[in-house]
Ligand binder design. Structure first.
Ligand code: FMN
Ligand SMILES: CCCCCCC(=O)C(=O)O
Length: 382
């Protein structure tokens, strides 16, 4: 057993890893990663809503052999089989958590055959992420739209040329939500880091000047990023991109239908980890209405507040094709680079298998088709 495996073995849950990461990261960095918007009502709800859902176990089913695999069918891509319905959500600035940053994350993704979405705001150039990813790593590129259309077009062109398999258009951020800790801390990127998808000398490559009460990143987003995100823009992107476009940040049935009508090839139910509109519902509450509206016409994914294998089980039971994990990946990275992320994924996979066996299901299809998950009110007796 390597030293790093021995060290990681002491962390038996994602909470353990989070505690350790919070312990070792500088304050303004951990606050940036951990915060939600405003009063953090949605941030809290993303996790607390899972606690109100109960799994109804079945008995006397053979669960010796499990099939946790999921086959993603995104028109425009070849079908792709993943060993678990667990992917890595796009998050900014991985080099703040660990010197190897996104290179470590894509290595962990490739070595575990996990789908990874790379953020526009990565601290490693997208071409380098792609070049260094183990062969066969399945990567999607997350897009933020800039006021200067040439910048956006350039990002899309480079993502396609680099070999990303899809563009994920984030639509829940016409402006950055207010994260109070970032304002108090005057958050900005540490001096040695850059938003590496932009040339060093450009304004886009650095957060703007911060001070107590003003987040340099808040300033960056309001000055440089597009706030007029529209359905026409989605249609433009779908037309412009030669690879499939998915939409991230959908929380309502009517919006999901419009995404389909515009030609989106997948929908990610997300409230940005509670970092945008505070008082938005949790994503697991929003998931069923989106799934019902989509009716299997494209894959539906969900992220936000997923911290255990039973959370994953619940999301799958309520219709998600796959879940994405945000903060816990960054915490694994902070604790032990690529190995730390693999440990996070391993814990989730083990817990998911426990949930399946103990609930009496052996396939993903079984999770979906047996009324396995109910709200706790199901058991409320007057
Ligand atoms: C530190 C941090 C940075 C993020 N950066 C991005 C980003 O660059 N693009 C994006 O679409 N979403 C971003 N997100 C949102 C995540 O993709 C995802 O929706 C969210 O983290 C899921 O919630 P979870 O952290 O509870 O798993 C970010 C989230 C966090 C916590
Ligand atoms: C206009 C939105 C900017 C947010 C960028 C990074 C991010 O997604 C996050 O911090 O959350």
């Amino acid at each position: 057993m390597s030293e790093s495996s021995k060290m990681l073995a002491q962390y038996v849950s994602l909470t353990d890893i989070e505690r350790k990461a919070i312990d070792i990261l500088p304050k303004s960095v951990r606050d940036y990663y951990a915060s939600g918007a405003d009063e953090e009502l949605t941030l809290d709800r993303n996790t607390s809503a899972y606690r109100k859902l109960l799994i109804r176990p079945r008995v006397l089913h053979d669960v010796k052999q499990l099939d946790n695999t999921v086959r993603l069918n995104i028109p425009g891509n070849e079908d792709k089989l993943f060993p678990y319905p667990i992917g890595i959500a796009p998050t900014a600035f991985h080099c703040m958590a660990h010197p190897e940053g996104e290179l470590a994350t894509c290595r962990a993704a490739g070595e575990t055959n996990t789908l990874m979405i790379c953020s526009s705001l990565s601290t490693t150039r997208m071409e380098d992420v792609m070049k260094n990813a183990p062969s066969g790593t399945h990567l999607w590129y997350q897009l933020y739209v800039y006021k200067d259309k040439r910048i956006t077009e350039n990002l899309v062109k480079r993502a396609i040329a680099s070999g990303f398999k899809a563009i994920v258009f984030t639509v829940d951020a016409p402006m950055m939500g207010r994260r109070r800790a970032d304002e108090r801390n005057g958050f900005e990127l540490p001096a040695h880091l850059r938003m590496a998808n932009f040339d060093v000398e450009t304004l886009e490559s650095r957060t703007l000047e911060a001070k107590t009460g003003v987040s340099g990143f808040g300033k960056y987003s309001s000055e440089l990023m597009e706030s007029a995100l529209t359905w026409d823009m989605l249609k433009w992107l779908i037309d412009y991109s030669t690879i499939p476009v998915l939409v991230k940040g959908v929380m309502r049935a009517d919006d999901a239908i419009k995404c389909l009508e515009a030609g989106a090839k997948g929908i990610i139910v997300s409230n940005h980890g509670g970092r945008q509109l505070d008082s938005a519902p949790s994503t697991i509450e929003a998931l069923p209405e989106v799934v019902n509206a989509v009716r299997g016409r494209c894959p539906v994914f969900v992220d936000g507040g997923i911290r255990t294998g039973t959370d994953i089980f619940k999301a799958i039971a309520l219709g998600a094709d796959m879940v994405f994990i945000g903060r816990p990946i960054i915490y694994g990275l902070a604790v032990s680079g690529s190995e730390g992320i693999k440990h996070v994924l391993k814990l989730l996979r083990i817990e998911f298998e426990y949930a399946m066996r103990l609930a009496g299901v052996s396939t993903i299809k079984d999770i979906r088709s047996n009324n396995m998950v109910v709200h706790e009110n199901f058991y409320a007796k007057l």
